[in-house]
Design a protein around this ligand. Structure first.
Ligand SMILES: *Cc1c(COP(=O)(O)O)cnc(C)c1O
Length: 349
């Protein structure tokens, strides 16, 4: 049953009186600003940022087709993940359910907030374990973390199965769409009006090429977004980042995304022919997960050639697995050369 999200807020958070900034009380742009103890000499950065990110959200609203009041902007998705815990989960009391293997911050943030995580292994072939996820919940389960396309498995989950979770779970479904720009199927941002218990996370760190600027997004019911805004640090996005993000949002990333997807196909086809690689998993993201008989050996061989990949050998269900991000065509040339060399050695072993 889809719940009213306001009934899920932690009681102390629902009762919070947020910090009120000077600029919250006065909306105008003109005037003499002697309210915030800033240095009055204009240098481009002497003023505090807009805590509501009004201009950026207007821009994001038109790009994403979501009303500004349903958009949260934060210091990376990691801030939004942490806010999910802080807004909904009572430390030491509530729990969350999350798929595994998946993104590490769901469990790190849970541990920091003293919230139990019930990890549910994916099905064979990395499918979404809908029934087992629902069975893992109880009346204290406030959040369910799903990541699609999933990191590190690279696959998207079936939309109908995600819908089944949203419609059956009594808490908030947090759907991480960090890699949605590389996926074949559409995400859930346009379905938000139907699902008040859905929080969709996106980021500018991947397809948009702004990992260094630290800018993450959450889309949800306006009452949830309003609560995130009350709990966040007032000035979580700095003036320099917000100007650069606003400019870079005008760039058309479509051709870069197309090239990355073409290079992904190239890498998958190449690695499918290698003896040292047992399995190349299908990818809906900008990385490829491969399985080999000795992930540490493959990892070290690439490292010796100056190529750093992500060793996922020790993650659940990922024994022997290495995650490889799609680089530039020239970087992929080097990766292919290094893998060719390793494969020859491997065959002589
Ligand atoms: C990279 C990634 C993010 C992005 O985190 P930021 O803090 O926005 O850089 C979020 N979720 C997943 C699954 C990721 O892989």
């Amino acid at each position: 049953m889809i719940k009213d999200p306001t009934t899920l807020f932690r009681p102390n958070i629902a009762a919070l009186t947020p910090y009120s900034t000077a600029r919250d009380e006065y909306e105008g742009k003109l005037g003499i600003f002697i309210d915030a103890n800033e240095n009055p000499n204009e240098n481009g950065y002497n003023r505090y940022p807009d805590p509501r990110q009004t201009e950026l959200k207007a821009k994001l609203s038109s790009i994403k087709g979501v009303p500004a009041e349903q958009i949260f902007t934060g210091n990376g998705s990691d801030e939004a993940i942490d806010l999910c815990y802080r807004v909904f989960c009572r430390p030491g009391v509530d729990n969350v359910v999350a798929i595994a293997p998946s993104y590490g911050m769901y469990t790190v943030s849970a541990a920091i907030n003293d919230v139990e995580v019930r990890e549910v292994l994916l099905d064979e072939e990395f499918g979404l374990p809908v029934e087992r996820l629902l069975e893992a919940t109880d009346e204290k389960t406030k959040l369910m973390f799903i990541c699609s396309p999933n990191n590190p498995t690279a696959n998207s989950f079936d939309r109908a199965e995600i819908v089944r979770l949203i419609e059956s779970f009594d808490g908030m479904v947090v759907l991480d769409e960090a890699y949605i720009d590389f996926a074949e199927q559409r995400g859930f941002v346009e379905d938000l009006a139907k699902y008040p218990n859905l929080i969709v996370l996106q980021t500018l760190s991947k397809a948009w090429g702004m990992a260094g600027l630290r800018f993450g997004l959450a889309f949800a019911d306006k009452r949830v977004i309003s609560m995130f805004n009350r709990v966040k640090y007032p000035y979580n996005i700095n003036v320099a980042a917000s100007r650069l993000v606003a400019d870079m949002l005008d760039c058309d990333i479509a051709s870069q995304v197309t090239e990355i997807k073409e290079q992904r196909t190239r890498l998958i086809e190449f690695m499918n022919d290698l003896s040292c690689i047992e399995r190349v998993y299908p990818s809906d993201a900008n990385f490829v997960l491969v399985r080999t008989d000795d992930a540490d050996a493959l990892y070290n061989a690439l490292l010796a050639d100056g190529i750093i990949v992500r060793n996922r050998n020790r993650m659940p269900m990922c024994k022997g697995c290495v995650r490889i991000t799609v680089g530039t065509p020239a970087e992929n040339d080097q990766l292919i050369a290094s893998l060719t060399k390793y494969d020859t050695q491997w065959q002589q072993k």
